[in-house]
Design a protein around this ligand. Structure first.
Ligand code: HT9
Ligand code: FE2
Length: 384
């Protein structure tokens, strides 16, 4: 087997995602799963439930993950990479614990995990690690031989994640009215999170204490800049850009990252900007946060203002993203075998760490989290 296609020590890949409802009856129990113990106001939950009901109670996220699974399996098969790909979710079927149980009974002992979340933050990283810890603990209690699970590094700056987004922005620009195109602004969007969570995102060295947003904001700013520069190189036009936020939740008195995309559109319109491309760089697929918060709410806001907007595509099941996942798996496998792999990363930040160090993206209330330096539960990583 050629060196670049050797997945050892890994024997399988787990695609770990958020999950979403697949019909009207799923919506409320899904929202209960997502928000258990999180202090989300009832009003907000009712409102978000309506977003799902507007789409027949079906989140697009599961179909998108099935497509990504197909793309990964095809990419692995085409490249002679012998590692089966499984799929499990945090908040809806197929549930992570059930998938991991299947993986164990299928004989897998060393599992690489790809989360459908590209950036550092409690919500995008440690929360997934906490769910892995819970699942491993459950399987151990069932008397199963618990596998070692390793989470693949953050891929926000991997070219296979960035290049499809550059193409998406170029396509959106091309679709704007011609007279508005040259003056269009790029609004890069991501999920708002509490400023306190943003400031403590990433490793302790990344943390900030002044609301500037830690690794979460720094990583998004770096991606936004790389995408904007690539678009400029392609079009010859230096479109002004800004990182803005969407999908704010939580209680109103708790500060979250701002400005919101809708306020931003209003401000740009007031300043005479002729058009805006909304580029959801914070997300891996066109799931509900994209379909509702951008395609429905922000697009209606823009129509009300008379501001032409276009929303650019997320990576979804793009074959370049599937190839990036293969690259991340092989890179980590090589590192685990003790060699020094080449690590693809665009921008100024470099490749992210393999193993989350102590104090990375802390939770408000500490809970066990697997696949990191602080995991001491079943099948904890052997210290290097
Ligand atoms: C950073 C981040 C990502 C990106 C990283 C990643 O992808 O993981 C993300 C993704 C997603 N968020 C999603 C859905 C929801 N998120 C919620 C609530 C929250 N998200 C938060 C953050 C994030 N969320 C936070 C800080 C909360 C507050 C509650 C808490 O502290 O946990 C709520 C509760 C209702 C509400 O308040 O909005 C829902 C329904 C879906 C599925 C969409 C679909 O169904 O297609 C996806 C992919
Ligand atoms: Fe969310």
């Amino acid at each position: 087997m050629p060196e670049q296609c050797d997945p050892r020590p890994y024997d399988a890949l787990l695609l770990l995602s958020f999950g979403g409802p697949e019909g009207p009856d799923d919506v409320v129990p899904f929202l209960e799963n997502v928000t258990r113990g999180r202090g989300i106001p009832r009003e907000r939950l009712k409102e978000v439930g309506q977003h799902y009901f507007l789409f027949g109670g079906v989140s697009p996220i599961n179909a998108q993950n099935r497509e990504l699974l197909d793309a990964l399996r095809k990419d692995f098969a085409d490249h002679g990479l012998d590692a089966p790909v499984y799929w499990g979710n945090r908040n809806w079927a197929p549930y992570l614990t059930d998938t991991l149980r299947t993986m164990v009974t299928d004989g897998h002992r060393r599992i690489a995990v790809l989360a459908t979340s590209a950036y550092a933050s409690y919500s995008g990283c440690r929360q997934y690690r906490e769910n892995l810890a819970d699942a491993l603990t459950t399987l151990q209690a069932e008397g199963l031989d618990v596998p070692q699970v390793d989470k693949l590094r953050h891929y926000f700056n991997h070219p296979g994640f960035i290049r499809p987004m550059v193409d998406g922005v170029l396509a959106s620009l091309a679709g704007l009215p011609e007279e508005a195109r040259a003056g269009a602004h790029l609004a890069f969007t991501t999920h708002s999170i509490p400023t306190a969570a943003a400031d403590t995102s990433g490793t302790p060295e990344d943390h900030t204490d002044d609301g500037t947003g830690g690794a979460y904001v720094a990583q998004h700013l770096d991606v936004a800049r790389v995408v904007a520069e690539a678009v400029r190189d392609e079009t010859g036009i230096d479109h002004p850009w800004q990182l803005v936020y969407q999908s704010r939740s939580g209680a109103p008195h708790i500060p979250w990252l701002e400005p919101d995309i809708c306020d931003h559109l209003e401000e740009l319109h007031g300043a005479g900007v002729p058009a805006v491309v909304m580029a959801p760089i914070g997300f891996v697929s066109d799931h509900m946060e994209v379909k509702y918060d951008l395609d429905t709410e922000a697009t209606a806001k823009a129509a009300e203002l008379g501001l032409p907007v276009a929303r650019s595509a997320t990576v979804g099941a793009d074959p370049r993203f599937a190839a990036a996942v293969r690259d991340l798996l092989l890179e980590r496998a090589a590192a685990e075998r003790g060699t020094t792999p080449e690590r693809c990363a665009l921008g100024a930040l470099g490749a992210s760490h393999d193993l989350c160090p102590l104090g990375c993206c802390p939770a408000r209330a500490a809970r066990p989290a697997a696949a990191g330096a602080d995991w001491t539960g079943p099948a904890a990583p052997t210290p290097a």
